[in-house]
Write a protein that binds this ligand. Structure first.
Ligand SMILES: NC(=O)c1ccc[n+]([C@@H]2O[C@H](COP(=O)([O-])OP(=O)(O)OC[C@H]3O[C@@H](n4cnc5c(N)ncnc54)[C@H](O)[C@@H]3O)[C@@H](O)[C@H]2O)c1
Ligand SMILES: [Fe+2]
Length: 331
């Protein structure tokens, strides 16, 4: 029995050590008990409501009326603000008599500094709902702004993933976010992740909490028409990696121990039969731009529940060191 216990102790140590990837190894503040640990035996699938259709952005104003929104923050970046997706959103808001303020200072590839700028705006605005119009950079910034505006006394690192931050799991309820992706890549419209460069350590990290998940994602293939070639290529590769990595992620039954409370089950739980379906779909269907747009969301549900591993883990310390490289077509 004692050797069996030593094996379990070793596995437990490896399990904890292998979860140090700051963005994808999130475990929250799970209290590991001292009894012999077991692997997890359950997984759950969480996803934003997804509405897909050509021109579906025109419905956003009605969605906000349905939510009873009185003071909406529309977030975007300095480039997308003057493009047709933003025009479609604002037209719908005006048509439905929604009061809104626009924040168009989102940094492409957000940093902790740029997030804090957006958080200040959100805190001052006292918004009751958010619309994020843009790529992953915009959606992730919007999630963070909502989180800290609803938890104004929190220190920035409180919710950042361990070991960079404290990975706090308790928070005040957040305001609804409607995400309108304009790139076909991150799937951020369905995930509880917000990724940013933490400048102090020159690496990407993130905040992971299911409360960050947008309430509704409007997937409008019309927005893909203006996406520059390089952005489309790189974003397509992001989808491919999400699908491939979530499909090959450690099975949920091999991760553990099971949390002492289901609320503490991590955002990324390992591959499972349901996330596999989403991942498989994307691996087969990434050719046409409009299919890509849906494929991004599908891979988002895969990654948002199963997680990613080596490709993303390797990319984060590299991305955090980029100072001068601006790929063609990126603002
Ligand atoms: N939260 C998550 O689950 C998740 C998952 C993967 C990646 N990410 C993060 O998302 C970020 C990258 O997001 P992204 O790849 O969507 O790109 P992005 O938001 O950084 O935008 C890239 C460029 O494309 C432009 N652009 C966006 N939509 C456009 C359109 N319709 N027409 C013309 N130009 C357009 C932007 O202005 C910008 O210059 C990274 O920070 C990455 O780490 C987050
Ligand atoms: Fe990614």
């Amino acid at each position: 029995m004692s050797s069996r216990k030593r094996v379990f102790d070793l596995l437990r140590t490896i399990n904890i050590a292998s979860c140090q990837c700051p963005a994808h190894g999130y475990r929250g503040n799970v209290q590991v008990s001292n009894i012999t640990p077991s692997k997890d035996y359950a997984f759950e699938i969480k996803c934003s409501t997804v509405r897909y259709g050509l021109g579906v952005t025109q419905e956003v104003g009605m969605d906000l009326v349905n939510l009873g929104a009185k003071n909406v923050c529309v977030m975007t970046d300095p480039n997308v603000v003057s493009l047709s997706p933003m025009k479609a959103v604002l037209d719908s808001l005006v048509r439905n008599g929604i009061s809104y303020s626009v924040y168009d200072k989102v940094r492409v590839e957000p940093t902790d500094t740029s997030l804090k700028h957006a958080i200040d705006f959100a805190k001052r605005g006292g918004f009751d709902s958010y619309v994020a119009v843009g790529g992953g950079s915009v959606m992730d910034t919007c999630k963070a702004a909502n989180l800290y505006a609803c938890n104004p006394d929190a220190d920035f690192l409180d919710y950042v993933n361990q070991p960079v931050g404290k990975g706090k799991t308790t928070m005040e309820p957040l305001k609804p976010v409607i995400a309108i992706p304009t790139t076909s890549g991150t799937g951020s419209e369905t995930t509880g992740m917000s990724i940013f460069d933490y400048e102090e350590i020159k690496a990407k990290t993130g905040i992971a909490h299911s409360a960050l998940r947008p309430l509704l994602a409007l997937i409008d293939p019309l927005h893909t028409l203006s996406v520059p070639q390089t952005v489309a290529n790189f974003a397509g590769f992001d989808i491919f990696c999400h699908a491939l990595e979530s499909f090959t992620a450690i099975p949920y039954t091999e991760r553990g121990p099971a949390p002492s409370n289901p609320a503490l089950r991590p955002v990324y739980q390992g591959s499972n039969p349901i996330s596999d379906v989403w991942a498989r779909f994307c691996l087969q269907d990434i050719e046409a731009r409009s299919s890509m747009h849906l494929a991004a969301t599908m891979a988002g549900v895969g990654i948002g529940n199963a997680g990613v591993h080596l490709c993303h883990g390797l990319a984060y310390p590299i991305a955090g060191n980029v100072k001068d490289y601006v790929p063609k077509d990126y603002g």
